[in-house]
Design a protein around this ligand. Structure first.
Ligand SMILES: [Zn+2]
Length: 410
């Protein structure tokens, strides 16, 4: 592998700092180097600093002139539903006409329509569609994504999705972190209690045996998996060595945040309806809050999670797209940064920390990615901007110039 020298970035946003996720005021500290440069060897960052300093030591490295552009760590998207079949264009149009979720489900839409299409699809077809979406993420400057199962809802189809995730990870440059979300909804053909048993007795052991996931997630919500059933599933997952994430307190406050704190989960995701006690419990238990403003926006809702309050009280906040066909059909982290700043009163710097280094720690990869520091992988994006704040400011404009994973332009 060759050496590479990046020179003359208007700003290198290094995110250098403590070797842990950033909390409270730390989220505003981006470690920016003006007229910055970076030396890369064998896919790893060797040094970062002022261009003239880096230039002295570049040796035989190939030079990339960043041309006064912004250079940042690639985005780390810590919550996506990357693998599914088809789309939900019909639902989208019905919602635009003002129909409710119930009316849409009655008309054959909702998650069940995606489950039926995903069950019917072959691994090859799912892989083809997922590759297209993986490329979208790269085009938006994202270099790592978490990807959940959850549109199979039976043993074979849940495993099929996770195998597609594994295959995808081998075939595309984007790094993909797998999460088992068998408890995404209760399928129509089985009772909720029996389905929980199926997840625990059959799905989880096979996911573990085939090493198909690093995390287990549950959709903890009235009408899906209540607190007791969610606890049962997550407890079983923890016992076989999976780390935990959870869709909690999205539509109603069911005490999901408290459950994630009780179980020592890695993240609690959504939290639109979480109350003060739930939010405080997360902080006490060191559970990271993954906020997903794209789904609030795309559903035309108003209940954005209380990011400002969380940051001001010292939480480690993460931002993610929640990429999925129903409620958040966007792979664009710059779009999420715009929503975070305009709807959740986060600063551009906080939003960048939340979508890079904090997200990397939430995926158990904080020691490898998420910042541009010596010893980390050279996963970075160059944007056609002079100032990092422009990423969140110019919304709807393609800004990516180029993306590198382990020092290779992808
Ligand atoms: Zn989700």
């Amino acid at each position: 592998m060759s050496s590479l020298t990046v020179l003359h970035a208007s700003q290198i946003v290094t995110l250098s700092g403590p070797k842990r996720s950033r909390v409270g005021p730390e989220m505003s500290e981006l470690g920016i180097v003006r007229d910055g440069g970076m030396l890369i060897r064998n896919g790893m960052i060797e040094s970062v600093g002022a261009s003239d300093e880096i230039e002295k030591n570049f040796g035989d490295a190939n030079i990339i002139d960043a041309g006064e552009r912004v250079v940042m760590p690639g985005f780390v998207d810590a919550h996506t539903h990357l693998v599914f079949a088809g789309n939900r264009l019909g639902d989208f149009e019905r919602r635009a006409r003002g129909e409710t979720y119930e009316q849409i489900a009655k008309a054959g839409g909702g998650i069940w329509s995606t489950v039926e299409k995903t069950r019917a699809a072959s691994e090859a077809d799912l892989l083809t569609q997922a590759k297209k979406h993986a490329n979208w993420f790269l085009c938006c400057g994202t270099t790592t994504v978490e990807a959940k199962s959850g549109y199979g809802l039976n043993v074979e189809d849940e495993l099929k999705i996770l195998r597609v995730v594994r295959q995808l990870n081998e075939e595309v440059p984007l790094e993909i972190v797998p999460t088992f979300l068998g408890a995404h909804a209760v399928p129509r053909e089985i009772s909720p209690g029996d389905y929980v048993e199926l997840v625990i007795q059959e799905m989880l052991p096979r996911v573990a045996a085939e090493k198909l996931a690093e995390f287990c997630d549950v959709f903890c919500e009235r009408g899906y998996f209540d607190i007791d059933r969610s606890r049962k599933i997550l407890f079983a997952a923890k016992n076989i060595g999976l780390k935990l994430r959870g869709h909690v307190d999205q539509l109603t406050n069911s005490g999901g945040a408290k459950l994630m704190a009780e179980l020592g989960a890695t993240t609690a995701d959504h939290l639109e309806q979480a109350d003060e006690q739930g939010i405080a419990a997360l902080k006490k238990a060191n559970v990271q809050a993954v906020l997903l403003p794209g789904s609030v926006y795309a559903l035309g809702a108003r209940w954005y999670p209380r990011a400002r309050e969380m940051i001001d009280t010292g939480h480690s906040v993460v931002l993610a797209t929640d990429f999925n066909p129903g409620s958040s059909p966007t792979p664009s982290m710059p779009m999420i940064l715009s929503l975070a700043c305009t709807q959740m009163k986060m600063s551009p710097a906080e939003a960048i920390t939340a979508s890079t280094i904090n997200a990397a720690y939430s995926l158990n990869r904080g020691n490898k990615i998420g910042s541009l520091e010596p010893g980390k992988l050279a996963n970075f994006a160059m944007f056609d901007l002079e100032d990092y704040r422009e990423l969140a400011y110019w919304f709807g404009v393609p800004q990516t110039h180029s993306v590198y994973i382990e020092g290779e332009c992808v």
